[in-house]
Design a protein around this ligand. Structure first.
Ligand code: ADP
Ligand code: ZN
Length: 524
């Protein structure tokens, strides 16, 4: 191993870079001191270098666990192009190839070995690692996409739970866990599940200052709304949809409207997907209409807009997907359509899940997406807050900061709403409460005798949509709670009682109302 004057010299020697990105140097230094580390950096932040450089400066082999075969191959190829001894073992290789790679590793030229997590379960693999430890030593374990270990992340993979075995079997070997998305909860999970010991934790900023965030109420003619944005925009963009059917439909319509667009989803053949992706990256087509299957590991820096035609399932996913815009640092626009039908669709999908814990997580994540989309605070503050990052106010790069919505005092209405929840003994959901307030004669109201309540019919002056806006706003503002058991029963909290006792006032942003009214009834 050559000796270097400084880490910068080593960086230049192996990778050709002149300086470290923020955070990298300290991480490399601590890796060289054999510290366990948790590294949270947004995609493109330069995580790989944090374990690759130490691997080259230490004796022994560094084992990198990475869940995506394609990414693994890319990284290994890139390292080899730089003349660095790297290899991978995964299910794409036949037995003969595996054997010859193992031989090469044991001959000592390899510094980085990439493996898929399921390989660890292979009974032959751990004895092989033992052999490596004896012969040349294991320098470190680097666990990429470490959030996969957590059920609270967006990409839980049960195989990741096996990784703890590494820690138990090789107690002295330091572990670096790396991820691009981790809420506080997921971070704690990673530390615990991987058994990191007094890890040093590095969290880089997730802020993407060049991205403009906006939410538009989804109109009945959502396709025209989409087409209009695409026509207003320049450069290429991605449209994300929830279902394959929707992807095909929108891609087709765009083509009819003379916009060069292609679909991308898991229902297409591998070749078709690869070809569509290449044509998008080469600027043959302008718009990629895709499900969330599109994006992992895609590097197209000049994406100018990302439109979420349908509601994303969670904020992490939204951050990643919208974050594919503007990688080149130039301005880009991220638009999300908020449709109440989408909420229903996602709720339906959640109800289909059989695992109760999974359901609970999915509901909470949906709640956060709705809070983000309906909220009137700075979008950037909300997204960054989700990643535990404080961003104070006024970003001037989101719709809520540039055009704050008008606010009205709805204290009286809130009192009516909350007392109605109280009269119903906190046993019903929002639709029922609104039916009572509006004096509906529907069967459920009559069946419970709720037409005899003092709050029956006291809210006829407001539309269903207005009451719904108020109800959701009370939830966002923490002035009312809702159960997450699938029934969404409204519950009062101490803040609700303060409102009812006139100890606090309630303001709500009202600019959404006309658009909400435009929603067809069954879509809500
Ligand atoms: P991540 O894994 O965090 O998404 P990568 O490790 O793939 O990010 O790095 C993103 C890009 O940044 C790569 O093209 C990499 O070569 C480049 N990069 C990383 N560190 C540096 C550096 N110190 N100087 C210049 N470029 C860097
Ligand atoms: Zn803002």
């Amino acid at each position: 191993m050559p000796r270097f004057q400084s880490l910068e010299a080593a960086l230049k020697h192996y990778f050709g870079y002149d300086s470290f990105r923020p955070g990298q140097k300290q991480i490399v230094e601590q890796a060289l001191q054999n510290r366990d580390q948790l590294i949270v950096m947004p995609t493109g932040g330069g995580k790989s270098l944090c374990f690759q450089l130490p691997a080259l400066l230490q004796p022994g082999l560094t084992v990198v666990v990475s869940p995506l075969i394609a990414l693994m191959q890319d990284q290994v190829e890139a390292l080899r192009d730089n003349g660095i001894g790297a290899t991978f073992l995964n299910s794409s290789l036949n037995l003969h190839q595996v054997r010859s790679r193992e031989q090469a590793i044991l001959s000592g030229k390899t510094k980085l070995l990439y493996v898929a997590p399921e390989r660890l379960l292979n009974e032959k693999f751990l004895p092989f690692l033992d052999l490596i430890r004896e012969k040349m030593g294991i320098a470190a374990f680097a666990i990429d996409e470490a959030h996969c270990v957590s059920e609270w992340g967006h990409d839980f993979r049960p195989e990741y739970r096996q990784l703890k075995q590494l820690r138990q079997r090789y107690p002295g070997v330091p572990t670096l866990a790396l991820t691009a998305t981790a809420t506080d909860r997921v971070r704690q999970d990673i530390i615990q599940q991987l058994g990191l010991e007094q890890p040093s934790i590095h969290v880089a900023s997730f802020n993407r200052p060049n991205l403009y965030y906006e939410v538009q109420p989804k109109q009945k003619q959502s396709y025209s709304q989409l087409l209009q944005i695409i026509r207003q925009s320049e450069g290429s963009g991605i449209v994300y949809c929830l279902s394959r059917r929707k992807v095909d439909e929108i891609a087709f319509k765009l083509q009819q409207d003379k916009i060069a667009a292609l679909p991308y989803h898991a229902g297409l053949s591998d070749t078709e997907r690869a070809e569509n992706q290449t044509r998008f990256i080469r600027d043959d087509v302008r718009v990629m209409v895709a499900t969330i299957a599109f994006g992992m590991g895609i590097n197209k820096p000049d994406v100018r807009f990302v439109i979420h035609h349908d509601l994303p399932r969670n904020i992490e996913g939204y951050y990643q997907e919208s974050g594919r815009a503007g990688r080149d640092g130039e301005k880009a626009r991220c638009t999300l359509f908020l449709g109440y039908g989408d909420i229903k669709t996602i709720e339906y999908l959640i109800d289909q899940k059989t695992d109760v814990q999974e359901q609970r997580i999915a509901r909470q994540q949906l709640r956060q997406v709705i809070d983000f989309a309906e909220g009137t605070d700075c979008r950037r503050t909300i997204v960054l807050g989700y990643f535990g990052e404080r961003f104070v106010g006024q970003c001037s790069g989101c719709d809520n900061c540039l055009a704050p919505k008008p606010v009205a005092d709805w204290t009286i209405e809130a009192m009516k709403f909350l007392s109605c929840v109280a009269r119903c003994k906190e046993k019903f959901g929002m639709n029922h409460i609104i039916d009572i307030l509006r004096g509906s004669k529907n069967q459920k109201v009559l069946q419970y005798g709720h037409n005899k309540l003092s709050t029956y019919g006291i809210g006829k002056d407001k539309t269903v949509e207005e009451w719904r806006l108020l109800g959701r706003s009370l939830l966002h503002q923490g002035l009312l709670d809702q159960t997450t058991d699938g029934y969404s029963v409204l519950k009062l909290n101490s803040a609700s009682w303060e409102v009812m006792r006139r100890q606090r006032t309630v303001s709500i942003a009202i600019d959404n109302t006309p658009n909400l009214a435009a929603q067809p009834l069954e879509a809500r």
